[in-house]
Design a protein around this ligand. Structure first.
Ligand SMILES: C[S@@+](CC[C@H](N)C(=O)[O-])C[C@H]1O[C@@H](n2cnc3c(N)ncnc32)[C@H](O)[C@@H]1O
Length: 371
């Protein structure tokens, strides 16, 4: 184990996907983390701040005692940028990058890592962030590099493409090193499949699970009661599905979606639209990585989130992914504990940066800080 030598700040820290990757890489320790959502902040703290010293559970605008750091990492909420969001340029969430820039400046950091959805690179805010790191900008002594990274290339069983901007005033970083590829070879392993992730360990999540709920448990987090902490296995929970829903899901084989439903099983609102998102009510495939996990992965009607187990005449698992499965798809393992309601934990999971991707970025950053 390497001695951690660089101080990091994690802004918009969520459940700590970025921090998990940076700590796993081995060169970093956390000086402070900022997260407004109490459940997410509690999850962060039970994993990385058991002494309760560096988790600021509040609005980033109120985070004024900025400690010195070598690197500031963060991914502001993507709803303003995401293709699925409203993309409103006046959305206050789109201004949060300015707070990010402020903290980078006040911390005296040598480097920053700004993570966001793929389409962030095509937004006005992206141009403004890059301009801040240009001559005359607030971070004019920084130079920025932009990477488009797929979590599957770094060992997560998920195709999730993200824009990662690395800013540095001490020189460029090397490209984060891929470990996996769609077409393996040349030192790359094949993308991890859902079969490997769910059935071949290190965590085995049996497909046939029904009617399981979160256990009763709560902690006091900074004076607020929050459910948890829950282990990964506690999150292998299901919802109650009505009979008609299960009949619908039973018609959908791996790789298929709502268009495969017979006319009489279509939702009435769909009958009027023969086009639209084909991923709706989609079923995943055992031999591929998952599609991008979002915050409502537990609702089959929200995407391609049906469990991949489906045999014609054999075992069919007619439910969405459990929270535990979604966390594994994101690259979390049994070390990570979770706090909050089921919906709150789903948001934390869906919003996280996959730790294996974060670890690869951390290695690139550490390489430059060590140079
Ligand atoms: C995309 S998530 C970050 C995920 C995180 N980087 C990870 O890897 O797990 C964005 C987070 O920003 C938090 N957030 C939104 N507005 C905020 C604000 N004004 N101040 C602090 N946190 C905020 C949200 O609650 C959410 O957890």
């Amino acid at each position: 184990m390497l001695a951690p030598s660089f101080q990091m700040l994690d802004l918009f820290a969520g459940c700590g996907g970025l921090t998990r990757g940076f700590l796993d890489e081995g060169h970093f320790r956390v000086a402070a983390a900022v997260e407004r959502d109490v459940s997410a902040a509690a999850t962060y703290a039970v994993n990385f701040d058991t002494a309760g010293q560096h988790t600021f559970a509040g609005d980033i605008a109120a985070f004024v005692d900025v400690p010195p750091a070598d690197v500031v990492v963060g991914g502001p909420p993507c709803q303003g940028f995401s293709a699925l969001g409203r993309r409103d340029p006046a959305d206050v969430r789109n201004q949060l990058w300015r707070e990010f820039v402020r903290v980078v400046r006040e911390s005296g950091a040598q480097m920053f890592v700004f993570e966001n959805v793929d389409r962030f690179a095509r937004t006005p805010e992206f141009q403004l962030l890059r301009r801040a790191a240009d001559e005359g900008g607030e971070l004019s002594d920084f130079r920025s590099q932009v990477f488009r990274l797929n979590a599957a290339d770094f060992g997560a069983p998920q195709k999730r493409v993200r824009t990662v901007v690395v800013g540095s005033r001490i020189g460029p970083v090397v490209d984060p090193v891929m470990t996996h590829g769609k077409n393996p070879g040349a030192g790359l392993e094949a993308w991890r499949s859902l079969r490997q992730a769910f059935l071949e360990g290190p965590v085995v999540l049996e497909p046939d699970v029904r009617d399981v709920w979160l256990p009763e448990s709560a902690i006091d987090f900074q004076g607020v009661p929050v459910a948890g902490p829950f282990k990964l296995r506690d999150l292998h929970v299901t919802r109650h599905y009505d009979v008609l829903s299960e009949i619908r899901y039973a018609h959908i084989a791996p790789g298929q979606g709502r268009f495969q439903l017979p006319e009489e099983l279509q939702y009435p609102c769909w009958r009027r639209h023969s086009s639209g998102a084909g991923d709706v009510l989609g079923r995943l495939r055992w031999d591929q990585p998952s599609v991008t996990i979002r915050t409502e992965f537990f609702r089959p009607e929200k995407g391609r989130f049906l469990h991949p187990q489906w045999e014609n005449g054999g075992l069919q698992v007619n439910r969405a992914l459990t929270h535990a499965e979604a966390a594994v798809v994101q690259g979390f393992d049994e070390r990570h504990l979770w706090c909050g309601s089921k919906a709150a934990i789903a948001r934390q999971i869906g919003n996280a940066v996959p730790p294996p991707l974060a670890a690869a970025v951390a290695a690139a950053v550490a390489g430059r800080l060590n140079a």
